[in-house]
Design a protein around this ligand. Structure first.
Ligand SMILES: [Zn+2]
Length: 241
């Protein structure tokens, strides 16, 4: 595992992306962690494809304390989010159909446009191994993610899509499949304060929330596909060329 602390220490911010409503201009010499402490609130959701399976939710406040939980029903997700008023909700699920698709039905004429989004292809080219948006095993997750996105946006929330596995790859954190201990330690090196018994779903939700904070601070790469903002940590921020 890469030393997350080393790049973290290198992060000093002296600018902002003016297109981001919540990005703050941080004075030179301040650390990124100081910046996050100023003001921010992001929720990450590690969404499952079914209300029967666990969905991780995590909220990061400006002190990087992670408040997280495991929920199942849409109603519980909505209640958890609406109790917190985040500035961004980062969801780990495809939030749009591939360009040209009007639905997910395999019998529809739109099926000729395929099951893959451009952002999926981009992630694959970069070696992050995404699942295609309309792979049969992904359809329920995609439709659920799109429905939640519509509800959140209808409530005036800013919603972005996030893939915690790719975030972890970029940050040099081990993915949860390699054991929770390494991922928990890596998130701790980023400054996140997690519950000791947080589940893998909660750790992925916390990863998404962290990426949401990077987005708020203008420190994320934003890829727009199908009207959805897909966010990743901006590689240039913390990796040597
Ligand atoms: Zn269709």
């Amino acid at each position: 595992m890469a030393d997350a602390g080393s790049w973290f220490d290198k992060l000093t911010t002296n600018g902002r992306d003016p297109t981001l409503p919540f990005a703050l201009s941080l004075s030179k010499g301040r650390t990124w962690q100081d910046g996050l402490r100023l003001r921010a609130s992001a929720i990450g959701i590690d969404l499952s494809g079914s209300e029967r399976a666990p969905t991780g939710v995590a909220c990061l406040d400006e002190s990087l304390v992670v408040e997280s939980a495991v929920v199942r029903r849409d109603a519980d997700i909505l209640e958890w989010v609406s109790a917190r008023v985040p500035q961004v909700v980062a969801i780990d699920a495809p939030l749009a159909l591939p360009t040209g698709r009007c639905c997910a039905a395999r019998a529809c004429p739109c099926a000729r446009f395929g099951i893959v989004r451009e952002v999926d292809r981009l992630l694959a080219r970069r070696g992050h191994h995404p699942f295609w948006t309309l792979l049969p095993s992904m359809v329920n997750l995609t439709l659920r993610g799109m429905a939640l996105r519509a509800i959140f946006e209808g409530r005036g929330l800013c919603v972005v899509e996030c893939f915690p596995g790719a975030v972890q790859d970029i940050l040099g954190l081990p993915r949860k499949q390699r054991g929770l201990g390494g991922l928990r330690r890596g998130l701790g090196l980023l400054g996140l304060r997690l519950r000791q018994d947080a589940t893998h779903d909660e750790l992925d939700a916390a990863t998404a929330a962290y990426c949401g904070l990077l987005y708020l601070r203008g420190r994320a790469e934003v890829i727009v596909d199908g009207g959805v903002k897909f966010v990743l940590p901006r590689p240039g921020c913390f990796r040597s060329p």
